[in-house]
Design a protein around this ligand. Structure first.
Ligand code: COA
Length: 325
């Protein structure tokens, strides 16, 4: 049966120039390269300059994705930006990106699901495209998490970084089988009972400030492997694939030990997992498209590759997307 699928036409990414290594971190908080690498796998992160906004990173990533897709921005009718660090409380950063790309039709809005934001945004775009409401979408994950970090809290400031990635999606007729190109299934979940384990202690509607990230790292860790494995298994059951049939796992890059836990639980070959967190830390909603971009540039993503993306973040929110490149 012919169906419409959201085919991923391209990916792009952008990282701020400034690199902050673990050695640089040691000048700010009482930490060590050994502690950070051993507990997280992170060696460096990119930090945006004062005048570099989330939208600037998102615009650069979107432009690269559009050039690679060979699509004129005026043919895009949906812009979704996943971010927890918007330029301003409003308008949406997606609208700023839309404007910079010269797009004046369709819709643009932000999605707030923190580190799961890109998975949520892909899911939303996929449903709009499948419903026939829009034809071509840019889905951006862009963050300047350095702005909401407490630089006195060594338990959190060493973990995060800034960056952006974007994909161009196009509605295309496919056959309705799991051999199709495009997004094959999506799973998104949330459970607000865990909101106090990972949150920002400010906001326009409460403190009238931006606030700082707060986290109970141990508890987040405890939930992560189980919740992430759960949605991956759901996506596999929905499509009938076995874990070893997936060509590439592109996880949210939070912590190497969480990735290792998922690898062990599902029995996935470690070399099928894209790992970039050593170079840019946890970039929240930007981390999956940054990792996709890395895989693309390393020629690990071929047309027809089966790609599984997953994430978990504050809320908790979590989810997975299975797509054929
Ligand atoms: N450098 C050196 N020591 C540090 C440190 C740092 N950057 N951060 C914390 N410590 C210390 C703590 O103060 C504590 O010291 P104490 O035993 O003297 O009190 C010790 O290390 C252990 O702290 P703890 O928080 O229990 O460490 P942990 O083994 O749980 O590792 C995380 C901390 C954050 C690395 C880990 O919990 C984690 O990765 N959690 C998941 C976080 C995550 O991925 N969040 C994002 C989800 S989207």
């Amino acid at each position: 049966m012919a169906v419409i699928r959201s085919v991923i036409r391209s990916v792009g990414a952008h990282l701020p120039k400034r690199v902050m290594t673990n050695a640089d971190m040691m000048k700010i908080v009482d930490t060590s390269d050994e502690w950070i690498v051993e507990r997280t796998g992170i060696r460096a992160r990119h930090i945006a300059d004062e005048d570099e906004k989330t939208s600037d990173l998102g615009i650069a990533a979107s432009k690269q994705a559009l050039v690679r897709a060979g699509i004129d921005p005026i043919d895009i009718d949906l812009v979704i930006c996943a971010t927890a660090t918007p330029d301003r409380t409003f308008p949406a950063t997606a609208v700023t990106i839309q404007r910079a790309l010269g797009i004046t039709k369709g819709a643009a809005f932000d999605v707030q699901a923190v580190c799961s934001g890109f998975v949520y945004a892909l899911t939303i775009a996929d449903n709009f495209l499948k419903a026939g409401q829009f034809k071509r979408a840019i889905v951006v994950g862009a963050e300047t998490f350095s702005r909401i970090l407490d630089w006195n809290d060594r338990g959190t400031c060493v973990l995060f970084g800034d960056g952006a990635g974007a994909v161009v999606l196009e509605a295309q007729p496919q056959h309705g089988t799991t051999e199709d190109r495009g997004i094959l299934t999506t799973v998104i979940r949330s459970d607000g009972r865990f909101e106090d384990l990972l949150y920002v202690d400010g906001g326009p509607g409460s403190t009238k400030t931006v606030g700082h990230l707060r986290m109970n790292g141990r508890e987040v860790f405890r939930h992560a492997v189980q919740k992430i494995s759960g949605v991956i298994e759901e996506a596999l059951v929905m499509t009938g694939f076995a874990p070893d049939e997936i060509d590439l796992y592109v996880p949210h890059q939070a912590n190497k030990r969480i990735l290792d836990g998922v690898v062990k639980k599902l029995g996935v070959e470690p070399d099928k997992i894209v790992v970039t967190l050593d170079r840019h830390g946890n970039t929240s909603a930007a981390s999956i498209p940054l990792a996709l971009n890395h895989a693309f540039e390393a020629h690990k993503l071929q047309e027809g590759s089966l790609v599984l993306m997953e994430a978990m973040g504050g809320g908790f929110t979590w989810g997975a997307v299975l797509a054929r490149w």
